[in-house]
Design a protein around this ligand. Structure first.
Ligand code: BG6
Length: 475
């Protein structure tokens, strides 16, 4: 068989990703209001507290708010073409429903984006990444309330006007489909998950869809030339067995994800949801104009990918651990220390699945391995982490990305998750590290916050410098 030359396109956006609430810290500085994260010391699935508590690692994070200049310098040394971060909504509008924006918050992101641009790093900005202003959550029940669309619109207009010359790539909501599983963190919905009705949940989703499409519409008007994307939590499913009932279960489980991209890419609700709504007593309240707004579809589809999963019609089969959503473990795959099933080929499959379905450019904005790292002294006397396991994970995934590009998938770029160690989202711990840069901070609150380059630092630097070609060199 003829060998295909694997390569990454010119101008491919290599980089890394973080989210404000997981790295900035400074949770109450310079006029910032509280966000849903500030009272969630145990992460996405954990309980919430009445007030911020000292054991919440996110309150200090990795102190990126004060150290971003040094960190971005390291990203520049890595050769990043892009850096994905989010804007903490409550830095800009401390309560979410304020009439005026907080100038200090706006200034912070001005400085942050300028620092990136100084090194030729393109900022890729998530508008809402699991950090809804707490006031919007407590007073309005988050996205259940239609008023959130107006508050989000004001926020979006403010940041678009302010950063129009600095930011060309925007993502409207992080992992929008995660609201099905984590309504508080993802949708700012304060009502207990157990008490939340399907009606309110899907109404909240509708409000997010309208807000997202509105952001795309406004963005296209205010920032011609900029690109706006949706973002989904991508966990592709395989049937656990070849039984037809398992195949149908797979279709159903995939649609729990693809429903979100279907609406944001095609501009209307898919017909398969009509039956689901009918059978679950859901009637989405649509206002005049909503259908038209939804037609402002995204320019690209971004997604996170860490693992795949299996679907089955057998209710006796137990679900395994996973990234917010999970399925039945795949007997052919190994898992990370946190039980997430490692599947590089699944990434190639998912890229093809999305591209076949939509023919719209894709962007992998999260991928990586959360692991326990040990700081050691190497032969030259430098402190580092010998993270060959991380290099292998990323190498294996990137080879599959290259295959997908050869398959014909249009891919804008690839940003690894947590390019610098940060606080994890699901468990709010720092023990689970993803970075090329080790941060000396620990879950008991100790640590100097100093930064150290891991072995993977030089490896990724090489990958970027060679535009991926180093991946194909045999050892
Ligand atoms: C994604 C989120 O779900 O996965 C990130 O967008 C998160 O915020 C990442 O950090 C990895 O998950 P975790 O729980 O290991 O931090």
């Amino acid at each position: 068989m003829k060998q295909t030359q694997l390569q990454f396109p010119d101008g491919f956006l290599w980089g890394g990703a973080v989210a404000a609430n997981q790295c900035e810290g400074a949770y109450n500085e310079d006029g910032k209001g509280l966000s849903t994260q500030d009272i969630a010391p145990r992460g996405i699935m954990g309980p919430i507290t009445a007030e911020p508590t000292a054991d919440n690692m996110k309150l200090i994070g990795i102190d990126f708010y004060h150290r971003y200049k040094d960190d971005i310098k390291l990203f520049a040394e890595l050769g990043f073409k892009t850096f994905r971060t989010s804007i903490a909504w409550s830095r800009i509008f401390p309560n979410g429903d304020d009439a005026e924006a907080n100038e200090k918050g706006l200034e912070f992101y001005d400085n942050l984006f300028d620092e990136c641009l100084k090194y030729g790093i393109e900022p890729l900005v998530t508008i809402s990444h699991y950090e809804t202003p707490l006031h919007l959550s407590k007073t309005y029940d988050g996205w259940v309330n239609r008023k959130l669309i107006g508050f989000y619109e004001r926020y979006v207009r403010t940041i678009f006007a302010r950063y129009k010359d600095k930011v060309k790539y925007w993502i409207t909501f992080n992992e929008i489909n995660s609201v099905l599983h984590a309504p508080y963190m993802s949708g700012g919905i304060f009502t207990d998950k157990e008490k939340l009705s399907q009606q309110d949940l899907y109404q909240a989703i509708h409000h997010e869809f309208v807000a997202s499409a509105l952001a795309v519409k406004i963005g296209h008007e205010m920032l011609p030339g900029a690109k706006f994307g949706c973002m989904i939590l991508g966990v592709p499913n395989y049937p656990l067995t070849a039984h037809p009932a398992d195949m149908l279960a797979t279709l159903r489980q995939d649609r729990e994800i693809l429903f979100f991209s279907d609406v944001q890419v095609r501009g209307a609700y898919p017909r398969y949801m009509e039956r689901y709504f009918r059978e679950n007593g859901i009637a989405i309240a649509m206002e005049p104009g909503d259908a038209e707004i939804l037609q402002h579809t995204v320019d690209f589809i971004s997604f996170s990918y860490y693992m795949s999963s299996c679907a089955t019609a057998d209710p006796e089969k137990k679900r395994g651990p996973g990234n917010i959503l999970s399925g039945v473990p795949n007997p052919y795959l190994k898992a990370s220390d946190w039980g997430w099933q490692i599947d590089p080929q699944g990434l190639r499959y998912f890229l093809n699945l999305l591209y076949d379905r939509y023919q719209r450019p894709l962007f992998i904005v999260e991928n990586g391995l959360g692991a326990v790292d040990e700081l050691v002294t190497d032969a030259s006397g430098k402190q580092t982490v010998l993270d060959d396991y991380r290099i292998k994970y990323l190498q294996d995934h990137l080879l599959q990305v290259a295959e997908a590009i050869a398959d014909g998938v249009e891919l804008i770029g690839y940003t690894t998750w947590g390019c610098i160690d940060l606080v994890s989202a699901s468990t709010a711990e720092l023990r689970k590290r993803y970075g090329f840069i080790y941060v000396d901070r620990h879950d008991d609150g100790s640590g100097s916050l100093a930064r150290y380059k891991k072995k993977s630092f030089a490896w990724y630097q090489q990958v970027i410098a060679s535009n991926g070609q180093s991946l194909f060199e045999k050892e």
